[in-house]
Every structure is written in structure tokens, then in C-alpha cells.
Ligand binder design. Sequence first.
Ligand code: SAH
Length: 222
Amino acid sequence: MTLTTLDPGIGMTSRRARERLIQRLIDAGIDSSEVLRVMRTLPRHLFVDEALASRAYEDLALPIGHGQTLSQPYTVARMTQALLEHGTPDTVLEIGTGSGFQTAVLASLVRRVYTVERVGDLFERAQERLDALKIRNVRYRHGDGAQGWPEYAPYQAIILTAAPRGIPRALAEQLAPGGLMVLPIGEGPRQHLVRLVRLARGGFGHEILEPASFVPLLAGVA
Ligand code: SAH
């Protein structure tokens, strides 16, 4: 019997699978060495159910329960790169903790992450995962992220991993001057990834990055 047959599907193959994934991200235009380093080292298989662990290093979105998904690795990398492009922010507000994978990516790159999730069960499990990985520079909140988290505002960067129909006003107001917000906007197949900048002289600028496909931002808590 070879070692591979004893393997549950991630151990022996994971290094190769991870390298393949990183190459795929590079081919797709991810060129931030910091983002690639974090994507290479974080154990994505620990953010999904065991039954899906063997697929964790494919460039796929995976279900995490409650009708929600762990975003595709390319999307996580693309959004993170877009958020860091003008320099590494000190604080990031994340709306839609989900599995906590994007949270872990951000926490590896910035001083502090504030993350808000509306589904109590996902909120608890993400916190347990990041605690187990000894990721300590994250504050968690169970609430409706459309309201942001005013207590710690302003944030140098804000990221949404669920799509509103337009830019939530409360979030725009919690962005620091010069800060960036990266978010999907729109409904169904007509979504786009957008980067908003709060101009230092007042007002906002925005650019459309590319088409996107996210779950919708929902109101209230569950
Ligand atoms: N970044 C996550 C993606 C999860 S999918 C990951 O990589 O796993 C989007 C998440 O946004 C879901 O967990 C969903 O429950 C959450 N969400 C949707 N609307 C929300 C809202 N108004 N406030 C906070 N979280 C919200």
C-alpha cells in the first residue's frame, strides 16, 4: 500500500494542488507577492466541511451551509489585491464573514480586521476556526453589515463579500478619507466588482473592476 492510499485526500496531494492553484491565480493576473504568499500558506481545507476538503485547492466557490458560499480563491485574491493596491491599510472592515477565509487572508496582511456576519451559526464557526489557527487580530460582530460598525470607524478599507444593489450609505460614511471600498454591486447575473475611493478633498470616485457573482447582501440577522 502506498502512502497516497492512506491519505484522506489532502495531505499528500495538497502541496501540489496548492501550487497548481497559485499558478492559476498568477495566470489570471494576481501579481501581488503578498497576496500570493498568504493564498499559498493558508489552509483553505479547514474552512469547509470535511467532505469538501479534497476540493479546497481547486479554483471553485464551495458551499458553507445556510445557502452561502466560500468565495472562489481567484475572487478572494482579486478583491484583496484591489484593496491593498494603494498601500496596506491599517484597519479593514469586512461585511460577510462567512467561513472566515477572506477574514484570515486579510488578518495575515493588515493590523486589524473588523468583521460582521448576519448568520449566527456562521459567525460562531468562523470565530472558532480563526481562534484554532491562532489568528488574533480580528474583532467579530453578529449583526447586519449594511449598518457597518460605527464604534471603530473610520476604516482605511472596507470589503463586502455579499452584493448590495447600491452602495450602502452607512458604509460609505465609515470609510476614512483616502480609503478604499471593494464590493460587488447588482443583482443576479448583472453584478460587477467595484472599487470606491473616498477622495481626500471630499466626495467619492469609483471604478468598475470586472463582472462578479456573489450571494446578495440580506437585511437583518439570522
Ligand atoms: N467571505 C466569505 C463569503 C461568504 S458569502 C467566505 O469567504 O467564506 C457572503 C456572506 O455574507 C454570508 O456568510 C452571508 O451570511 C453574509 N451576509 C449577507 N448579508 C449580510 C449582511 N447584511 N450583514 C452581514 N453579513 C451578511
